[in-house]
Design a protein around this ligand. Structure first.
Ligand code: TMP
Ligand code: ASP
Length: 237
């Protein structure tokens, strides 16, 4: 497969078109950003760690029956994925309260969200990814009702699979964000799953092993991602 021009340059990854119209190459950068791009840094090994972490989780999800865009690891910092027509929407599921839900609703960090809750956000950095509901999605044509149902169903199905996977490694899956798109008419998962887009805590100590280490200046960012990965059974290098 031949890598061609860069289609999109994001904060943590780039997307390249290839000679196959149905396939893209993701390149995971060492750059990291938070607060909608207001805090930025370069962290050695991050691209490699996230690329491998994502491949591992995608393979687990696929084996459990979740349709995903992931095809194969290509190199330390690259993976091949299917080209989707993305919905401009983020799907968030929360098992424990953290982050924006604490600020918005005044709930204490760490309390159980029981049953787990679901939130939609609009992908729009300039607006700070505002929370939206299903009526907004339908009224503004961001996705049809059937796709909305499918996104919710798949995001909750991912929760059951990944909560168990992380718990096996002594970790709590606090929350995570997923994005979806259409591939030949089917709604499929079209996102990475790395510690950049979820929250993972040690089950006993509740030590943070995710991007909150960067957001909150706690240090050992990539080291903590590697700890989480190794506890899932991954090897790096
Ligand atoms: P939040 O607490 O900031 O709403 O985020 C909930 C989870 O979703 C958290 O694990 C981070 C992730 N997330 C992203 O990765 N990107 C985003 O744009 C948003 C809104 C959330
Ligand atoms: N909007 C969130 C933040 O800036 C999501 C992210 O970039 O991880 O922290």
């Amino acid at each position: 497969m031949e890598k061609r021009e860069e289609l999109y340059r994001g904060k943590a990854k780039s997307v390249y078109v290839t000679d196959d119209a149905d396939k893209l190459i993701l390149f995971f950068h060492d750059d990291t950003s938070a607060f909608d791009g207001k805090k930025i840094d370069q962290l050695a090994r991050k691209g490699m760690v996230n690329n491998k972490f994502n491949a591992f989780v995608m393979e687990k999800l696929q084996a459990a029956g979740i349709p995903t865009h992931f095809e194969a690891l290509l190199s330390d910092q690259e993976s091949v994925v299917k080209r989707l027509d993305m919905f401009p929407i983020e799907c968030v599921v929360r098992n424990l309260a953290a982050g924006s839900i604490c600020r918005r609703l005044g709930v204490e960090e760490g309390i159980a969200v029981n049953p787990p809750t679901f939130e939609f956000f609009l992908k729009n950095d300039a607006l700070g990814d505002p929370m939206i509901n299903e009526y907004h999605i339908e009224s503004f044509g961001w996705a049809d009702a059937q796709s909305v149902e499918k996104m919710k169903e798949l995001t909750f199905a991912v929760n059951e699979i990944l909560k168990a996977l992380f718990l096996d490694g002594g970790m709590l899956l606090v929350d995570y964000k997923l994005e979806f798109g259409l591939y030949k008419g089917e709604v499929i998962l079209g996102d990475e799953f790395t510690p950049d887009g979820c929250r993972i805590w040690d089950q006993e100590t509740r030590e943070k092993l995710d991007k909150d280490r960067f957001r909150q200046g706690l240090g050992d960012v990539v080291e903590s991602y590697e700890v989480a990965g190794r506890r899932l059974g991954l090897t790096f290098d």
